[in-house]
Write a protein of this length. Structure first.
Length: 603
């Protein structure tokens, strides 16, 4: 029976040979390396559990590739996380004091540096190598920028007015200033110029967000009800003012990314109290609603071509995360616990993370866009709160008590040193690694250019397609080893693949499990799987098709090779000079299986 590939990624993996995702138990590791008996093993395990209890990191077995680091252990209140590709900035509030310290953690080196100590306010805003923050109270509140490269702090403002709400992107910095009667918007290019501001307009301009040459903010409507504002945008390069909203309504949560501005609005206020997420395109100057009316406060973030927000369940107290695809104009709901309460989503180009209620406390969960995989990053007795994400990292605040908290960081990375960032098959291997379909020879080596055994490929295609595999699958081939009741590999996987007609033996009774699988054999098996599990099957090449395999006429594999190429199952593989009869490499197989998985999932 076919299961979704997302389900495959969460099933308990039966042990297999090295390189296929097998992992010995902790007891087996202790017995192997220390040659001790069961009683000693139990004693050592108790010591391990005690040590774990003394260091409050997640207790669950993390998904492959994930690592959690506790960044602070200071018995203070740590929060105010701002995260970028390489760094994490956060604020520390010593208990009993009214001051704030800011620190920055470099994920690459694992080192922590001090940005400022003893400041007032000081919520950090990090972008690249700079951290912007406010220090001082009332009219003494000023904007500062710290540079991680030079270690120098620059005082941006120096006046007797209150400066607040800095927004930093690259070299552009924007903030709001109280002029004695209302708030005004200021900005500065840190690399070249002094501060700039709009003329005094006698209304409050506040909440600036900046990206490139674009600056967006909210402007009070002096004739409207309390809280009604216009959303405005300014192109610094062209000195062009853009009125985003033609009518004044309550608006909040401005998010600006790649020329798109998303925000939460309450149209027709105060006659209506329902909210909508709105999207404005600075290039086309088009404004549209992303959602219909929503009867709750909306927590929303945007990155690239996606918006993530929290949606209430009208039938009860549950909430869920909704992902909206801006280009496709489609949405999907995701949850981890059911029933669940989800809050504070944040997303990157590959992941969305949020805090989810497990029935006792808040935990951190995530969803991987490409593989549709859910991950759980914490399982503890503390509240893990307000995750902030960038790339394949997410940081959050873990509350030890109601007054003190620590900062945690989870990061995902493909662990194989023989797969450089520019490797042709890295993305496919990473996604199959997340799905637990393929792993490496050991913790650091994948062997992308090595050949693959026929029995290994049988297991991989069973996991990719999600067909059932149990001990009831008694292998028909006499040359395949019987793994016994403790494992499904190789015999049960080979039989499951044969049962579903994904593979065939080299004879009626033999499978040749230790032979290398050739490229043509891999293509044929992938095509069989696609014909079976892709809705509508594969499309036939049209007349006159001139693909790489157009003239390949082998009676067994010729037509399958054409189908594989024409339907994208060989996408990402350079076929120029490719010998189809040669052994398939682990990297090539990963690419084929990932293409199959995508075709099964998306059509």
């Amino acid at each position: 029976m076919h299961r979704s590939a997302a389900a495959v990624s969460f099933q308990g993996r039966p042990p297999g040979p090295t390189g296929l995702g097998c992992r010995p138990t902790l007891t087996q590791c202790v017995q192997k390396h220390f040659a001790v008996g069961p009683v000693t093993v139990i004693f050592l395990l108790c010591l391990t559990l005690l040590a774990t209890a003394l260091w409050p990191v997640p207790a669950l077995a993390l998904p492959p590739g994930w690592r959690v680091t506790q960044l602070t252990n200071n018995n203070c209140r740590d929060d105010g996380i701002s995260i970028d590709r390489s760094n994490i900035a956060y604020a520390t509030h010593p208990l009993g004091l009214d001051t704030t310290d800011i620190s920055i953690y470099a994920a690459g080196t694992g080192t922590t540096r001090s940005v400022v100590t003893g400041a007032l306010q000081a919520a950090p805003h990090l972008d690249g190598t700079r951290v912007a923050y406010v220090s001082g109270l009332g009219d003494a509140a000023e904007i500062y920028v710290w540079d991680a490269i030079t270690g120098i702090t620059r005082r941006v403002t120096s006046n007797d007015r209150q400066d607040a709400a800095p927004s930093l992107r690259g070299t552009m910095l924007a903030w709001q200033r109280w002029d004695g009667s209302d708030w005004e918007i200021y900005w500065m290019d840190l690399s070249s110029g002094g501060e700039q501001h709009f003329a005094n307009n006698f209304v409050d301009d506040f909440g600036p967000v900046v990206e490139g040459d674009l600056l967006a903010w909210r402007q009070e409507d002096p004739a409207g009800e309390f809280g009604e504002v216009f959303v405005r945008m300014y192109n610094i390069a062209t000195a062009t003012h853009l009125l985003v909203t033609p009518h004044s309504d309550p608006a909040e949560n401005l998010r600006l990314d790649d020329g798109l501005l998303a925000f939460v609005s309450t149209p027709d206020f105060p006659a209506k109290q329902l909210h909508q997420i709105m999207l404005y395109n600075a290039n086309t100057r088009a404004l549209r609603a992303v959602t219909t009316d929503l009867d709750h406060h909306i927590e929303m973030e945007m990155s690239g071509d996606r918006i993530a927000y929290v949606l209430d369940d009208d039938a009860g107290p549950d909430t869920r995360i909704v992902l909206y695809d801006i280009e496709a104009r489609s949405s999907r709901s995701i949850t981890y616990f059911a029933p669940n309460r989800a809050r504070w989503p944040d997303l990157t180009e590959s992941w969305v993370f949020w805090q989810d209620w497990d029935g006792h406390d808040w935990e951190i969960a995530g969803y991987h866009f490409a593989t549709h995989s859910l991950v759980r990053l914490t399982d503890n007795s503390i509240n893990d709160d307000y995750p902030r994400a960038h790339s394949s990292r997410v940081a959050w605040t873990g509350w030890e008590t109601g007054v003190d908290s620590e900062i945690f960081l989870a990061s995902f990375s493909l662990p194989f040193i023989d797969l450089p960032m520019g490797h042709a098959y890295r993305r496919a291997i990473e996604n199959l690694f997340i799905l637990e379909i393929m792993s490496g020879y050991d913790a650091t080596h994948f062997g992308p250019n090595d050949p693959l055994l026929r029995q290994q490929f049988a297991k991989m295609i069973v996991l990719t397609t999600g067909v059932s595999c149990t001990e009831a699958d008694h292998c028909r081939f006499v040359d395949v080893s019987n793994s016994g009741p403790g494992s499904l590999y190789p015999d049960n996987y080979v039989e499951a693949a044969a049962r579903e007609e994904l593979t065939r033996g080299t004879s009626s009774t033999e499978f040749s499990p230790y032979d290398h699988i050739s490229r043509v054999q891999a293509m044929t098996m992938v095509v069989r799987a696609a014909q079976r599990f892709v809705g509508g099957g594969l499309a036939e090449p049209p007349a006159g098709w001139d693909g790489h395999f157009a003239g390949f006429s082998d009676p067994t594999h010729g037509h399958n090779a054409k189908l594989a190429e024409h339907n994208g199952l060989l996408a990402g593989i350079d076929l120029d000079g490719w010998d189809e009869w040669a052994d398939a490499t682990r990297g090539e197989v990963a690419q084929m299986l990932w293409n199959l998985w995508e075709l099964m999932s998306c059509g």
